[in-house]
Write a protein that binds this ligand. Structure first.
Ligand SMILES: [Zn+2]
Ligand SMILES: [Zn+2]
Length: 130
């Protein structure tokens, strides 16, 4: 039995605008079109390292008191990462190398649809109770 594939998570067209830095455009089998900026994808990178970092940041935010001298709040200026290169992995994912040197993030289409920044997908994929 083939695994039924959710048409909402099946891309019909994937465009990665590495040179222009415009981000990623995906057209899905259900007709939906998603646009992702590279810095957004960098933040949502699903690799183990980034998952770890996000976890630490959350823990830090939970423990550090606002204005605490032990944890001075520094303005964190970082240039927004862009994509240096993108590779299609099989027919299930896109791997993106970012300008900050990070390249272990493999964005499966399943994950991409789930993190689609539009309100419609936020409602469909990110509010459902587990
Ligand atoms: Zn990562
Ligand atoms: Zn969407």
């Amino acid at each position: 039995m083939p695994i039924p594939l959710d048409s909402r998570k099946k891309p019909t067209a994937v465009k990665v605008h590495v040179k222009s830095g415009a981000g990623v455009d995906v057209t899905w089998a259900d007709g939906h079109v998603s646009h992702y900026d590279f810095h957004y994808l960098r933040e949502e990178c699903p690799c183990a390292t980034c998952n770890d970092e996000r976890g630490k940041k959350e823990a830090f935010a939970a423990t550090a008191a606002p204005g605490s001298s032990a944890f001075p709040v520094l303005p964190m200026f970082k240039p927004k990462p862009r994509a240096e290169a993108a590779t299609v992995v099989g027919n299930y994912a896109v791997q993106i190398s970012f300008t900050d040197g990070h390249s272990t993030g493999i964005f499966s289409y399943d994950h991409l649809r789930t993190i689609c920044p539009c309100a419609e997908c936020a409602k469909a994929f990110r509010t459902a109770a587990p």
